[in-house]
Design a protein around this ligand. Structure first.
Ligand code: LLP
Length: 406
C-alpha cells in the first residue's frame, strides 16, 4: 500500500479555488516519514542519506529534508543553487553529473563541493585542470534495475566507468596526482525487490577495497514506491541485509569511519505529492470515453514518457461514486499521445470535477515544461497542523514572454 494524502472533495476544491488549477500539493508529514525511514536503514555511525534532488527540487521541501538530517546530490549547477538556497553547506552536497563541461565541474569544486566524474574522459579533463585533487568516480557495476529501459543505468548504458576499466582510473589518478576519495554508483530507478541493489552493492564494496584512501562509498538510489498497489519495498529486510554488508566491508577496510551513502530521490518525495487538476470535458469518440483535463504531459510527463501508471481519483460534488466505466483520461496538449491514463475503470466525472493524480511528488513538477506555451503550475505544502501554504507560484505570462535580451 502507498502512503497517501487524504483530501476531502471540499479540501481539494478549496485548494484549487485558492491556488488555481492544475496544482501540486505536498504533505509534510508523509515527507518526514519517508526521510526517517530511509535514515533508519542502517545504524552504522557513518551511514548517510543523500536525497537525490532531481526528483523534486522545491526549495521548501529541500529545507524540510535538511531538517531531517539528509544531505543531497546534484546533477547540475541549477540543482546546486537550489540546495544552497535551502541551506545545504558545500560538504553536504555531492555533484554527480554526467557529460558536463569543465566549467560546470569548476562551478561545484570552487564552492568546495565534491565532484564525481562519470568517465575516464572526464577524469582526464578534471585531472588536467587546476581543480582540487580530491575526486570521486562513478562505477558502473554491470548490474541494473528499474521500471524500464529508459531508467536502468547499471550495465549497458551511458553511465559510469565499467568494472574492467577501474585499473585505468588508478593510472589516470596517479598521472595527475588525484586522490580518489569516493566511489559512487546508481543502478537505476524504481525497484521493489532489493536483490539487484544488494548484489551491486557487493560489487561496489569489492571495488572499493582496491582504493585505500576512500572517504565514502555511495550505493545510489532507485528505491521504489508502489504506484499500483504492489507490495512495498521491504525496508526492514533491505536495512538488515545492507547493514550486514556494511559491517563486513567497513570492518575490513583500512581507513576508519568510511562513509556509506544511499541516494534515493523517488522514495523520499513520491508519496507526499498529489497533483490536482480540473475536468473540462467528457466525450465519446469512436467508441471510447474521453475525460479531458488540464493535466497535460507538460504538467506530468511520466505516463507519456514511460507509460507509467499513476492512480487517479475524482473529487465530485455531490460525491460521485457512480458506476464504474472504462475511460481514457487526457490532458489539454495538442498531441494524441497526451494521455494520462488509458482504459481505467473509474466512475465517470463531470466537467468541473477535480481530478487527483497520486504519487506525483517525485519526477512530477521537476519534469514539467512550458510546451504549448502553458504555465507550469504552482506548488502548495500542507503542514503538520493541516495548514496550506504556497511554496512555488505558478509561472506568469511575463516570464513566458520574457524579452530576448536583457
Ligand atoms: N542517483 C543518481 C546518480 C541518479 O541518476 C538518480 C536518478 C538517483 C540517484 C535517484 O534515483 P531514484 O531513487 O529517484 O530512483 N524520471 C524518471 C526517473 C529518473 C531517475 C534518474 N536518476 C521517472 O520519473 O521514473
Amino acid at each position: 500500500m502507498t502512503d497517501r494524502i487524504h483530501l476531502s472533495t471540499e479540501q481539494a476544491r478549496g485548494l484549487i479555488e485558492k491556488y488555481g488549477s492544475p496544482l501540486y500539493v505536498y504533505d509534510e508529514g508523509i515527507l518526514r516519514r519517508r526521510c526517517r525511514e530511509v535514515r533508519a536503514l542502517s545504524a552504522y555511525p557513518c551511514f548517510r542519506v543523500n536525497y537525490s534532488a532531481k526528483a523534486n527540487t522545491n526549495i521548501e521541501l529541500l529545507k524540510i529534508i535538511r531538517t531531517e538530517g539528509l544531505q543531497v546530490d546534484a546533477m547540475s549547477p541549477g540543482e546546486i543553487l537550489a540546495e544552497e538556497a535551502a541551506g545545504f553547506a558545500p560538504e553536504e552536497i555531492f555533484f554527480v553529473p554526467n557529460n558536463v563541461s569543465l566549467e560546470e565541474m569548476r562551478f561545484a569544486a570552487d564552492r568546495g563541493i565534491m565532484v564525481s566524474v562519470d568517465s575516464l574522459s572526464q577524469l582526464e579533463q578534471y585531472g588536467g585542470s587546476g581543480l582540487p585533487r580530491r575526486i570521486a568516480f562513478r562505477l558502473n557495476p554491470g548490474i541494473g534495475a528499474g521500471h524500464g529501459a529508459k531508467v536502468i543505468t547499471g550495465g549497458k548504458s551511458k553511465f559510469g566507468i565499467e568494472r574492467n576499466q577501474v585499473g585505468r582510473v588508478r593510472e589516470i589518478a596517479a598521472r595527475f596526482g588525484l586522490r580518489i576519495v569516493g566511489i559512487n554508483q546508481h543502478i537505476g530507478s524504481l525497484f521493489l525487490k532489493d536483490e539487484d541493489y544488494l548484489a551491486a552493492a557487493e560489487v561496489l564494496f569489492e571495488t572499493a577495497r582496491k582504493f585505500p584512501e576512500l572517504e565514502f562509498v555511495d550505493l545510489g538510489g532507485g528505491l521504489g514506491v508502489p504506484y499500483r498497489n504492489e507490495p512495498r519495498l521491504d525496508m526492514e529486510a533491505l536495512g538488515a541485509r545492507l547493514s550486514g554488508l556494511i559491517t563486513d566491508f567497513t570492518g575490513a577496510y583500512p581507513r576508519e569511519n568510511i562513509g556509506v551513502v544511499v541516494e534515493p530521490g523517488r522514495y523520499i518525495t513520491a508519496e507526499c505529492g498529489v497533483l490536482l487538476g480540473t475536468v473540462h470535458s467528457v466525450k465519446e469518440n469512436y467508441g471510447e470515453t474521453y475525460v479531458g483535463t488540464d493535466i497535460g504531459f507538460n504538467v506530468l510527463m511520466r505516463p507519456v514518457l514511460y507509460d507509467s501508471w499513476h492512480d487517479i481519483r475524482f473529487f465530485s460534488s455531490p460525491e460521485g461514486g457512480g458506476d464504474l466505466r472504462k475511460i481514457t483520461v487526457t490532458g489539454n496538449i495538442c498531441e494524441s499521445g497526451d494521455i494520462l491514463a488509458r482504459d481505467r475503470e473509474l466512475p465517470l466525472p463531470r466537467p468541473g470535477d477535480i481530478i487527483g493524480v497520486e504519487n506525483a511528488g517525485a519526477y512530477g513538477y521537476s519534469m514539467t515544461s512550458n510546451y504549448n506555451s502553458r504555465l507550469r503550475p504552482a506548488e502548495v505544502l500542507i503542514d503538520r497542523a493541516g495548514g496550506d501554504r504556497l511554496i512555488r507560484r505558478r509561472d506568469t505570462y511575463a516570464e513566458l514572454l520574457r524579452p530576448p535580451a536583457p
